[in-house]
Write a protein that binds this ligand. Structure first.
Ligand SMILES: [Zn+2]
Length: 137
């Protein structure tokens, strides 16, 4: 099965490059809900965040921070969202890890919406304990 980001990585598919190094590249997103939206992508075919080696994860985030600063500089955006989706339930559309940098402007029409009601402390403690156990496995 062909993977569009693997093809972009080797320049079989055209893209507007923002950044490129040995491990990571960044391109302008095809969709621009706000101007300057960028995707940061590892060259290696890594399906999701669960498959990222620590060193590659660090590289991706270092590049992401650099590009976020550059986008802010050129766009004067008021804010920035990082969106990274995993699995169909997480609305992942291309199954090659990618991270969206979405510049935000006051009054734009982009909405991230979920219930902000605080959970009970016992529930939070229980979830935290379970995740801590998961970190040890
Ligand atoms: Zn791929």
């Amino acid at each position: 099965m062909t993977c569009v980001f693997c093809e972009v990585s080797v320049r079989k598919v055209p893209a507007s490059y923002v950044y490129n190094d040995r491990d990571v590249f960044a391109i302008m997103s095809l969709e621009q809900p706000n101007p300057y939206k960028v995707l940061v992508i590892p060259h290696a075919h890594v399906e999701s965040i669960y498959d990222l080696e620590d060193e590659l994860a660090a590289s991706i985030f270092q590049v992401t921070a650099k590009i976020a600063r550059a986008i802010r500089k050129v766009s004067n955006c008021d804010g920035m969202n990082l969106v990274q989706s995993n699995g169909r339930a997480g609305q992942q559309d291309v199954f090659h890890f990618h991270l969206h940098l979405v510049p935000r402007f006051a009054g734009d029409q982009i909405i991230f919406d979920w219930d902000n009601t605080p959970s009970k402390r016992e529930t939070l403690d229980q979830f935290a304990d379970e995740i801590c156990l998961g970190l040890k496995k």
